[in-house]
Design a protein around this ligand. Structure first.
Ligand code: AGP
Length: 607
């Protein structure tokens, strides 16, 4: 999705802005650009190109100490040079970059046309530049001009504005799309994502919805759309530039798959209590009495986060015996849900910025629901909106295909299930089993990673397939869904997940020699049923790839991916990691651009 970077200080803005854009590339974009205040003129360079190409077009020799930059993911208008940001007014005085979407853009466009201003692009953002320039004619302050325009805007925005006649300041504002200020030494940064800032500073200030900030080299001030000053707290982020380095890996997905043992160790660090066989989750503000009072649990997320939510609901229901279920946040928010005052609602999100999940949280809060967040990105909008919750501690995840965050989400739900369970009827012995399985999990993940070559060999053998089934039952049904999603998003192979018992109700018709099935066979009480599923598929000539920790008849699988045993309810985690490697190696064999899958963005901040 779109990215914003801004700089005001003593250095040269251009290289800082370009480096910032490079850090935001992972979010997905189709064009890029920057604006610099050189003298009292704006220099704007933008095009439907990658950041590397933009860097070449910008070249050296720009000494401007202030500027803003953008990566665009098209919403209003095609990804073209003209629609790329920054946008300026007709006189070339005001430059604007914008994340989000204005809902009354047509109305504003008509108003400008009636006033004799013809926008050159199809974007809603350009309208803001014209309107702010018009306001500047009647006011002394850029902040006031921006505020006056934003009061007339409907929709979501994170914006940064530069006025060529005031080359010592930037004005930024947010409503529905994140803006973070980075505090340097005699210089200030601004971005839509801390990833663009951590090279320069760890000290950040998060703007809230409805807030504006004017930033200059040594200072910033914040206020509301109603012109009331606000007081902000500086946060030190626990992320450095090092966390974003690729090191010896060729792409971030592979790097992040291999970071999982460390990520899990970080997630459980200081949170497991062997003595009382429970978990301590310091981010939960609810006391024991409140945690015991919930009569049901509802988990909400999108994409992979939704599939993990399904697994999380299973863990909570199994261990705490509280009815629990999961729903895509994107459906929940639109269906006028009944909010149960006795339920605990949980919003799950790696980025903490997914628009649909955020909207579900806001709908819940508006109706008096009690909601916590299970989030990776500290200080993100969903984390702050929930106010209470569990951080994943997976470290920054750059790859569009989520891997280590998925694993840490499951681990966090396991700890929550353990905590809630031990407040109810989960026995000490069973609790201890879960604690020691969570302790042993990083080693089991290492064992899966050590089998990468064998998994890659299976993936390469089946990389001819244009379509695949992923089949799982109960605990392995969300794993099948996640495995299918991973494969389709990075390899573009059509992958469908089905519950094993559902095959006979229709999908079996699709089984033939051109449709391999990845069947997840756990060593549990459903083993015999799963062996019967293998037989059904083989009998119809379908190739079978079995992912298993059980003994299965050799003639029922064309390939076997072996995974270690950890714990009956935590085994789905290691199966998921095997499927990450399987999808990754199919995509690699097909020559896909792993970290930049087509049409996708890392964090989906539009509806
Ligand atoms: C995962 O591989 C996907 N790219 C995607 O489904 C993702 O999980 C989803 O967009 C939710 O993102 P979030 O966790 O940042 O909210």
């Amino acid at each position: 999705m779109c990215g914003i970077v801004g700089y005001v200080g003593g250095g040269q803005a251009a290289p800082i802005l370009l480096e910032g854009l490079h850090r935001l590339e992972y979010r997905g974009y189709d064009s890029a650009g920057l604006a610099l205040a050189e003298g009292d003129k704006l220099q704007v360079i933008k095009a439907a190109v990658r950041v590397g190409e933009l860097r070449e077009r910008v070249g050296d020799g720009h000494t401007a100490p202030v500027g803003l930059a953008h990566t665009r993911w098209a919403t209003h208008g095609e990804p073209t040079d003209i629609n790329a940001h920054p946008h300026t007014d007709a006189g070339g005085r005001v430059a604007v970059v914008h994340n989000g979407m204005l809902e009354n853009a047509e109305e504003l466009r008509e108003e400008l046309l009636a006033a004799g201003v013809t926008p050159g692009s199809e974007t809603d953002t350009e309208l803001l530049a014209h309107l702010i320039a018009a306001e500047l004619d009647g006011t002394e302050s850029l902040e006031d001009a921006v505020r006056a325009v934003l009061r007339r805007v409907d929709g979501a925005y994170g914006i940064a504005v530069l006025d060529a006649t005031r080359p010592t300041e930037l004005v930024v504002a947010r409503d529905g799309s994140p803006i973070v200020l980075g505090i340097g030494d005699g210089e200030m940064f601004v971005a839509s994502d801390v990833a663009a800032l951590v090279r320069h500073t760890q000290r950040v200030v998060y703007l809230d919805d409805g807030e504006l900030a004017t930033i200059s080299a040594g200072d910033y001030r914040t206020s509301t759309l109603g012109a009331n000053r606000t007081a902000k707290t500086t946060t030190t982020v626990d992320v450095t530039d090092e966390d974003y380095r690729l090191g010896d890996y060729t792409n971030y997905m592979h790097k992040e798959i291999h970071e999982q043992p460390t990520a899990v160790r970080r997630a459980v660090l200081g949170r497991l209590d062997d003595r009382f066989a429970t978990a301590h989750l310091g981010g939960l503000q609810q006391d024991a009495r409140e945690l015991r009072s919930f009569r049901s649990v509802k988990l909400l997320g999108c994409g992979s986060a939704y599939y993990v939510a399904q697994l999380g609901a299973n863990l909570i229901e199994e261990w705490a015996r509280i009815p629990a279920d999961a729903e895509p946040a994107s459906e929940f928010r639109y269906r006028n849900p009944v909010i149960d005052p006795d339920a605990l609602y949980i919003a799950v999100s790696q980025s903490g910025e997914t628009k649909d999940t955020l909207a579900a949280v806001q709908e819940l809060k508006r109706k008096g629901g009690r909601v916590i967040g299970v989030v990776n990105a500290p200080g993100s909008t969903i984390a702050r909106e929930c106010g209470s919750g569990i951080y994943l501690h997976a470290g920054p995840e750059v790859s569009v295909a989520s891997t280590k965050a998925v694993t840490n989400m499951t681990v966090c739900f396991a700890m929550l299930g353990l905590l809630l369970g031990r407040m109810r009827d989960l026995s000490v012995a069973r609790g201890r089993g879960i604690v020691s399985a969570l302790d042993a999990l990083p080693k089991a993940i290492e064992d899966v990673l050590a089998a990468e070559e064998a998994i890659a060999e299976v993936a390469e053998r089946f990389s001819w397939a244009a379509r695949m089934f992923f089949i799982g039952r109960v605990w392995y049904w969300p794993v099948a869904r996640e495995g299918a999603l991973k494969l389709k998003e990075i390899s573009y192979v059509h992958a469908e997940a089905y519950q094993a018992a559902e095959l006979k109700h229709g999908p079996l018709a699709l089984i033939d020699s051109g449709m391999p099935s990845v069947v997840l066979v756990g060593d549990d009480e459903l083993l015999a049923k799963n062996v019967a599923t293998l037989e059904q598929i083989k009998a119809r000539g379908g190739p079978v790839i079995a992912v298993t920790n059980a003994e299965i008849p050799a003639d029922l699988a064309d390939a076997v991916i072996r995974v270690p045993r950890v714990h009956p309810e935590l085994d789905p985690i290691v199966f998921t990691i095997a499927l990450q490697l399987f999808g990754y190696h199919i995509a690699t064999a097909l020559g896909r651009e792993i970290d930049k899958p087509r049409n996708l963005a890392k964090s989906v901040t539009v509806e």
